[in-house]
Every structure is written in structure tokens, then in C-alpha cells.
Design a protein around this ligand. Structure first.
Ligand code: B12
Length: 213
């Protein structure tokens, strides 16, 4: 049986989700734990969608409730750390994919850690992304994916970066619910995660300990 918060989210009970998030913040609970439970709720929504119990309308509603919860959590997530070393990050959700809740959380947390984030948005073509990398020369490129159909585009980005001679001067991160260690190998990325906080920790570690370049 799911915990209260994931259960309220999969039950699409907006008021209950808001109430639980607010009371747990007030009790001083780690915002990352609360965020993780919201994400579990979204996975349950996905399962119901897959089995045909939920339709697109429910996916959309769950996304709205999730956004409300994140808006409540954001000020607390930002407070977590503040004076880490900064770098530049180009972020995008890949071509054909419009999921952006996870990418936006990653962007928010990076900014909270003093990183300069250039978020290119959703449905971004590999060529457009690489043009932006040529222009900005970031320390990190982060690709977000929630659809398995985007995997070839991710690999294409890695290949285009290599062909342009840019691959060795940056770290390539991939993230999002469908990404795995196997995908990391296929793409040739430096880092993979389904947890934005781990992604931020990788960036701060890489910049702080030995520099990216
Ligand atoms: C909400 C949702 C939607 C919303 C998206 C709203 C939005 N603005 O993003 C809407 C309704 C638009 C939607 C549409 C569709 N969806 Co949808 N959706 C979901 C759902 C329920 C939740 C996704 C989510 O936001 N999770 C919460 C976030 C916070 O988690 P996250 O993305 O993993 O992000 C975290 C980390 O991964 C990390 N992170 C994310 N990106 C990055 C990037 C980097 C670099 C790093 C370091 C970290 C990082 O940070 C976050 C916090 O830790 C999932 C179910 C699931 N299991 O995920 C299905 C799901 C992703 N959708 C699915 C499908 C099929 C669709 C549709 C094709 C449905 C349709 N028939 O039209 C369309 C696709 C439209 C398109 N072209 O993109 C499938 C994908 C199947 C697959 N394997 O490819 C899923 C898995 C549902 C399912 N089980 O069938 N969807």
C-alpha cells in the first residue's frame, strides 16, 4: 500500500497533496524526501496510464498537482546549500518529448547552487542543441527524457558533439524516468540519474574537485 503522499497524488486529490506537503514542510522534514514521494506518486500515475485505468486527462491533472507541490517545496530545496562552485549548463528535453517537470526541477536546483542554466525547453532537435553548445561552451550538457523514442536523439547529440570537437571539453549528463545505466553506455554519456539532486551533486563535485576542463 503506497504511503499517504504518493497515494494522494495517484488519487488526484489536490487538496490532500497540498495539505500533506505543507504540514510536512512545517514539521521540518527534508524537502528532498517529500519531493521523492511526489515522484513516486507520479510513477503510480504512469502505471495506471499503462494499464488503461487512467487517460491523458489524468496524466495532465497529475502534472498540475505535482507542479503545485513543487512550487511549495522549491523555496526549501533552494535553501539546502548556497555557496557551491558554479559552472554553466545547457539543458533540454529531447526532440519528440514534451515532458518537462523533472528537467525544470533539475534547472531550479542547479540555479539554487549558483549554476548558470540555459534551458532550451522541450522537443529540442540535436542540431539546435549542438549549435547552442558551440555558442555557449558550457561545462555541462544535460539531456532529459521520459520517452524511450528519444534515445537515438541523445546518441546523436553525443555524436554531433564529438564531430564538432566539443565532447571532451564538457560533461554530458542524461536524466529522466526512462534513463538507465545501459542507456548511458549506449549514448556515451558521462553521468546518468533519475534523481535531480544526484545530478546537482555530480555537477558541484566535478566543478569543485578537479574542474571540468
Ligand atoms: C506527467 C506525465 C505526462 C504529462 C507531462 C507534463 C509535463 N509538463 O511534463 C503529459 C500529460 C503532457 C504527458 C504526455 C505523454 N506521456 Co507522459 N507521463 C507523465 C508521468 C505520469 C510522470 C512524468 C513526470 O513528470 N514525473 C515526475 C518527474 C519529477 O520525474 P522525472 O521526469 O523522472 O524527473 C526526475 C529525475 O529523473 C530528474 N531528471 C529529469 N530530467 C533530468 C535531466 C538531467 C540531465 C538530470 C541530471 C536529471 C533529470 O529530475 C527529476 C527529479 O528528481 C509519466 C509516468 C512515469 N513513470 O514517469 C508518464 C510517461 C513518461 N508518459 C508516457 C507517455 C506514453 C506519454 C504520451 C505519449 C501519452 C500519449 N498517448 O499522448 C504523451 C507524450 C507527449 C510527448 N510527445 O512528449 C509514458 C512513456 C513510456 C515510454 N517508455 O516511453 C510514461 C512512462 C507513462 C507510462 N507508464 O506509460 N505525460
Amino acid at each position: 500500500m503506497p504511503q499517504d503522499l504518493p497515494a494522494a497524488l495517484v488519487g488526484l486529490q489536490r487538496d490532500k497533496v497540498v495539505g500533506l506537503v505543507e504540514s510536512r514542510i512545517a514539521e521540518g522534514e527534508d524537502p528532498r524526501t517529500i519531493l521523492d514521494e511526489c515522484r513516486q506518486g507520479m510513477s503510480l500515475v504512469g502505471e495506471r496510464f499503462q494499464t488503461g485505468e487512467y487517460y491523458l486527462a489524468e496524466l495532465l491533472l497529475s502534472a498540475e498537482i505535482f507542479k503545485t507541490a513543487v512550487a511549495l517545496l522549491e523555496p526549501r530545496l533552494k535553501q539546502a546549500h548556497s555557496s557551491e562552485p558554479a559552472g554553466t549548463v545547457v539543458l533540454a528535453t529531447m526532440q519528440g518529448d514534451i515532458h518537462d517537470l523533472g528537467k525544470n526541477i533539475f534547472a531550479t536546483l542547479l540555479r539554487a547552487h549558483a549554476f548558470e542554466v540555459h534551458d532550451l525547453g522541450v522537443n529540442v532537435a540535436p542540431l539546435r542543441l549542438v549549435e547552442k553548445v558551440k555558442e555557449l561552451r558550457p561545462h555541462f550538457v544535460g539531456l532529459s527524457a521520459l520517452l524511450t523514442t528519444t534515445f537515438p536523439s541523445m546518441k546523436q547529440v553525443a555524436n554531433l558533439l564529438r564531430d564538432a570537437g566539443l565532447r571532451d571539453e564538457l560533461k554530458l549528463l542524461i536524466g529522466g524516468g526512462v534513463t538507465t545505466a545501459t542507456l548511458k553506455e549506449y549514448v556515451g554519456a558521462d553521468f546518468q540519474t533519475t534523481d535531480a539532486i544526484e545530478g546537482v551533486a555530480y555537477c558541484t563535485r566535478t566543478v569543485g574537485e578537479r574542474g571540468v576542463r
